[in-house]
Design a protein around this ligand. Structure first.
Ligand SMILES: Cc1cc2nc3c(=O)[nH]c(=O)nc-3n(C[C@H](O)[C@H](O)[C@H](O)COP(=O)(O)OP(=O)(O)OC[C@H]3O[C@@H](n4cnc5c(N)ncnc54)[C@H](O)[C@@H]3O)c2cc1C
Length: 395
């Protein structure tokens, strides 16, 4: 078996690498660093629009939706390169909710929202979790009640990441409180954050990443704000999460950090002569990271290929997420050891080294994706039931 990209895909990657070298100006890099890898600043927005205008955001999307008509593999290469370049790419919008809208959205959503996503002019946050609904998402309480030719939404969501600079929340609401099973009474809505009934307050996390509590106070939306079928939201939630899980473990930033640390070890002279990279334990740490990144690449490319076949399996997406998220924590520990004490110093400390302090920050944020997109405990349940055909865990 030979696993490799086509010559055209290799050329695309090369083109993208040069493109991002030019796009990532020192000012944009500084703004992205300040935003703790989240984006949202003016230069970040400008760069996103440029990517849209240059046709990159939808490189793997069908032409009839405004994309370039290549496959999910090219799309994955694009996301890998944009993230490797250090640009906080809004993949939740473009790689997980966007495709859901393209597949299940109504005519207005396809006409108005999808082109804006591909133009880099529309950002979407995910509104699932609530103060009393996380893993047990089907118990969510935010309601959408039918009122004339629209719906009135009331409730609170928790951990609505990026919502403070998004245009919409992809919101899961209870539309049938009497449904035989809780997950059968949920529908999805696109709720504009510009509505006066919408508000949010920040929640700052250990990794300095901001997330939000969001509030929905008598928000009135038209019928066509609903995505997919009435009470058919659960299917959309699960397929969005499969895509999200894969996007969460994109290895672009890790691969770039690995290269930086290898260069660090090659250049650092030891007091007794020789270079840091000559040390056996350093080579061992770097080899572990390299092997893990290569394995993760294969896992992710296989999923990208599965998407080209229209066959993204839930258990495979969960396996990629579990492996990738736990591996990232290990990576930053191993690379931090190579760098030494400097990797414990925050970038806010005077004299902090940019590469070393980036590891410090990434190590603090890496744990987020062990539960973001669904906790790894639950992913293991999914893998055992849907991938290994073992009996479902009792709930
Ligand atoms: C920084 C951050 C960003 C986030 N971003 C978003 C976002 O943008 N949108 C959004 O909707 N949500 C978001 N979340 C929420 C995230 O998806 C939830 O934290 C996650 O689903 C877990 O829910 P919970 O926190 O309520 O934990 P709980 O569900 O209370 O779980 C607590 C622990 O119990 C375990 N557990 C629970 N039930 C079971 C079970 N049946 N079997 C075995 N173990 C179980 C879990 O695995 C976990 O370890 C974010 C969270 C954080 C912290």
């Amino acid at each position: 078996m030979k696993v490799e990209f086509t010559a055209a895909q290799d050329a695309l990657r090369k083109e993208l690498r040069t493109y991002f070298e030019n796009l990532m100006t020192p000012d944009l890099k500084a703004e992205c660093d300040e935003a703790m890898g989240e984006g949202g600043g003016p230069l970040w927005r400008e760069a996103l629009k440029k990517m849209g205008k240059d046709g990159w955001i939808g490189v793997g999307w069908p032409k009839e939706l405004g994309g370039r008509g290549m496959s999910p593999i090219e799309q994955f290469i694009f996301v890998e390169e944009v993230m490797r370049a250090g640009y906080p790419f809004p993949f939740l919008t473009t790689e997980s909710v966007g495709p859901q809208l393209a597949e299940h959205g109504n005519e207005r959503q396809k006409r108005e929202i999808v082109p804006k996503i591909l133009a880099g002019e529309c950002l979407i946050a995910i509104g699932y979790s609530e103060p009393g609904a996380g893993t047990d998402l089907a118990s969510l309480k935010t309601t959408a009640v039918k009122d004339g030719d629209g719906w009135v939404i009331n409730g609170q969501k928790m951990w609505t990441s990026l919502a403070h600079f998004c245009d919409y929340v992809w919101l899961a609401c209870r539309t049938d409180p009497e449904a035989a099973k809780p997950h059968k009474g949920i529908s999805m809505f696109m709720v504009p954050t510009s509505d006066p009934g919408w508000s949010c307050s920040p929640v700052h996390t250990l990794g300095e990443v901001r997330t939000n509590a969001t509030f929905y106070d008598n928000i009135r939306v038209a019928d066509d704000a609903m995505v997919g079928e009435l009470n058919g939201g659960w299917k959309l939630v699960t397929s969005q999460l499969n895509r999200e899980r894969l996007s969460l473990v994109n290895f672009g930033p890790t691969a770039e950090m690995f290269n930086n640390v290898v260069r660090w070890a090659q250049n650092l002279e030891l007091p007794d002569g020789g270079k840091l990279i000559d040390e056996a334990w350093v080579q061992m740490n770097l080899a572990k990271v390299r092997a893990g990144v290569e394995a993760l690449k294969l896992v992710c490319y296989k999923q990208a290929w599965a998407m080209t076949e229209g066959n993204l399996e839930m258990a495979d997406a969960s396996a990629a997420k579990v492996y990738g998220s736990e591996f990232f924590i290990e990576v930053y520990r191993l690379l931090g050891e190579v760098i030494g004490e400097a990797s414990l110093i925050s970038r806010r400390t005077e004299g902090a080294n940019p590469i070393a302090s980036r590891i410090e920050r990434l190590y603090r944020t890496a744990s987020i994706i062990t539960f973001g997109g669904g906790t790894n405990e639950i992913q293991r349940d999914i893998i055992s039931a849907a991938g290994l055909w073992m009996p479902r865990a009792s709930r």
